[in-house]
Design a binder for this molecule. Structure first.
Ligand code: ADP
Length: 278
């Protein structure tokens, strides 16, 4: 089965879990995830409140994608607990998980509107036809991400920024309360990045909780209320000023740390993009 269909089939299996009164939207306690020889996440604990907008940063291999997968229920923790509104994440309908674009089979023969309608599958059920209400959710989602005019276009005929926006629309159609976006800015030009920021800002004001993994630390501190710094373990979490410190960055990036003095004297720091390159 293609990666695309595997992802879809996971969505189809979703069911609604009731929210536990007073529980945070997301709570991890001592989470550990292992792949054969690798410990991808170790002893990770944090809470996220409804409406938070969090940038997840760290070098390649730090466990960012794994963190999203374990929250979405795609990977299982070998120790610790993940709770969404006080429930286990498996099949929780309020999560919209958007994997990296490179993991999607874009040649799957569907158009933009069909792709966004797939966000409704867990509400519709597999064997019922979409109702007017479902089509209205799709229409609104496309409008919110500015893709109304492209509704009938095949998904393999879109730019990278448009592809990213389809997936945000799909999560909106799903009525996701928690949006997990893995490297949504990767490979996009400045204009496409800006349009994604604007969409995320609008969703944030509507109470959607957003976790975004990215490489650019300046972008993380400028556009997100909170920053989470990972290197298998959680090195820092909170306002950017308290997290993006020299001590934390050396612990996270080691030799891959780059510091550049800017005109106003601030230090800009970024990671290298490829594993093993200088
Ligand atoms: P990031 O998103 O920060 O680059 P990942 O979560 O992709 O980090 O990876 C964390 C670690 O787990 C890396 O060492 C990676 O090689 C390893 N890893 C990720 N996925 C798998 C997998 N399916 N099988 C084995 N190892 C994996």
């Amino acid at each position: 089965m293609s990666t695309f269909l595997q992802k879809l089939s996971r969505t189809v299996g979703h069911h609604f879990s009731p929210h536990v009164h007073g529980a945070p939207i997301l709570r991890l306690r001592d989470v550990r995830v292992e792949y054969e020889q690798t410990v991808a996440l170790d002893n990770v604990s944090f809470e996220i409140q409804r409406g938070d907008r969090v940038a997840v940063v760290g070098p390649n291999g730090a466990g960012k994608s794994t963190l999203f997968k374990v929250i979405a229920g795609v990977e299982r923790a070998s120790a610790g607990t993940v709770e969404i509104f006080g429930n286990e994440p498996e099949g929780h309908i309020c999560i919209g998980y958007v994997p990296q674009r490179s993991q999607i089979d874009w040649n799957f023969p569907v158009n933009v509107a069909d792709m966004v309608m797939m966000g409704r599958v867990s509400k519709i059920g597999l064997f019922r036809q979409p109702r007017r209400e479902d089509r209205e959710h799709v229409r609104r989602a496309l409008e919110q991400v500015g893709l109304t005019d492209l509704a009938k276009r095949r998904i393999n005929r879109l730019s990278g920024g448009q592809q990213q926006r389809i997936f945000i629309a799909r999560a909106l159609a799903q009525e996701a309360e928690l949006l997990l976006l893995d490297e949504p800015f990767m490979g996009l030009d400045a204009a496409a990045q800006q349009s994604i920021f604007e969409i995320l800002e609008r969703l944030g004001t509507r109470g959607v909780t957003i976790l975004v993994s990215l490489h650019d630390l300046n972008m993380a501190s400028k556009h997100f209320g909170k920053v989470m710094l990972l290197r298998s373990r959680l090195l820092g979490y909170g306002a950017a000023a308290g997290v993006i410190t020299a001590e934390h960055l050396v612990a996270a990036y080691g030799a891959h740390l780059h510091m550049v003095k800017t005109a106003d004297g601030a230090l800009m720091v970024s990671d290298t993009h490829c594993e093993g390159c200088e």
